[in-house]
Write a protein that binds this ligand. Structure first.
Ligand code: AMP
Length: 371
């Protein structure tokens, strides 16, 4: 599925195009139609899954269709960092629309409080706020939420952990009864189930499960230019005698080129990609399984599901486009509690993609340089 299949308003689609968002992530694919359909929603999804766009895009589409002079959407978040991050994403998506927004969070200067007051009085379309700061404004009496149509609670579990439950309950009393409520949370403890029962009406539920990489995998990465990649991979593969190494690259052309490169460097290597006949693929796989072939270069056709034992090392010659593919790729090693290693090559253009992977697995990976 592609974003264009949602038939968003042209101005919103233009924003997505300029951000190079083409394919929705699973949480986006599932949440967007529900939100467009005005249903309440509980979504279990972590940072890194694309949850921000999952709730922003349908709201922005409704606003692009029916522009408003009032505050239409309130997003409540646990931290100022998240408020800023959501507002930045929003500004990207809504660049070609007339939607206005403001992030409201504690710890700023008197000037920022005045700016927030103005936005709240004049009815900025989307307000992204931390609970404590929003309460300070609400207590002053000028906040206009009477036209509010959407309430979004992001990282709800974290907000409860941080003790914001009373603030949230109080904030709700300032909002219209009839509205669409969306609750996003990385986990679903009893306290969230209770909160959801109180706030949501007949909600739809979605849950995006991600599996974390096995603990036995030692993950590292190299920051490299494209020109350095071949030299680096050869130096890694010649460093020691590996029994079983799986190398992933994103396109079949790159797989073919890399295969020729490693072959001419005297390495025992085979390649697998979709241009091979089924019989040839099986043959290559068999050779790799029984350790006749030490190094196999593959596209993502091998990253999901295939169970090969004792792979010592997985090399990502480039960063996979889909963060979950990273988990699938490196999951080929360290199966059944053995030890394994995964090394990823990151060029300049792939740095954002890798950041998304780190968010998804909730861990920063050590990055080395190669000279
Ligand atoms: P989030 O889980 O909302 O924090 O998003 C994690 C990262 O993924 C952010 O850097 C987004 O810009 C990026 N992202 C989200 N959805 C997509 C998509 N459909 N295509 C490409 N990048 C995306």
């Amino acid at each position: 599925m592609k974003f264009i299949d949602f038939n968003f308003e042209p101005a919103l689609q233009e924003g997505l195009d300029s951000m190079r968002f083409e394919n929705p992530t699973p949480v986006q694919e599932q949440a967007i139609p529900i939100i467009l359909n005005n249903k309440d929603l509980i979504a279990v999804a972590q940072t890194g899954t694309g949850k921000t766009a999952a709730f922003l895009l349908p709201v922005l589409n409704k606003l692009a269709k029916k522009p408003s002079d009032h505050t239409n959407t309130l997003v409540i978040v646990p931290t100022r960092e998240l408020a800023i991050q959501i507002d930045q994403a929003l500004q990207g998506f809504s660049y070609f629309t007339s939607t206005s927004s403001l992030a409201i969070f504690g710890g700023g200067t008197g000037i920022s409080f005045e700016n927030e007051k103005r936005a709240l009085t004049q009815g900025a379309n989307i307000i992204i706020a931390t609970p404590g700061r929003l309460m300070s404004h609400l207590n002053m009496g000028y906040v206009k939420f009477d036209q509010l149509e959407h309430l979004i609670l992001d990282e709800a579990d974290k907000m409860l952990d941080m003790g914001f439950v009373d603030d949230i309950t109080k904030i709700i009393t300032y909002l219209p009864k009839k509205k669409q409520t969306l609750l996003f949370s990385a986990t679903m403890p009893q306290s969230i189930v209770k909160l959801a029962k109180k706030l949501l009406v007949d909600p739809e539920q979605i849950s995006i499960a991600i599996s974390k990489p096995a603990a036995g995998i030692v993950q590292s990465a190299y920051k490299v230019s494209n020109q350095q990649k071949n030299k680096l991979i050869k130096s890694i593969l010649k460093e020691k005698e590996y029994n079983s190494v799986l190398v992933f690259s994103s396109t079949k052309q790159k797989v073919k080129d890399l295969y020729s490169e490693l072959l001419s460097a005297g390495l025992k290597v085979k390649a697998i990609h979709s241009d091979l006949e089924q019989k040839e693929r099986e043959e290559v796989l068999r050779g790799f399984r029984n350790k006749q072939t030490q190094i196999l270069v593959a596209t993502d056709i091998l990253s999901r599901g295939i169970d090969i034992e004792d792979i010592e090392l997985v090399i990502n010659y480039d960063v996979p486009g889909d963060a979950e593919d990273y988990i699938h790729r490196i999951g080929r090693t360290a199966r059944a509690n053995t030890k394994g290693a995964a090394i990823t090559f990151i060029n300049e253009q792939d740095q954002q993609k890798f950041l998304r992977i780190e968010k998804l697995i909730g861990k920063e990976i050590e990055k080395k340089t190669f000279v």
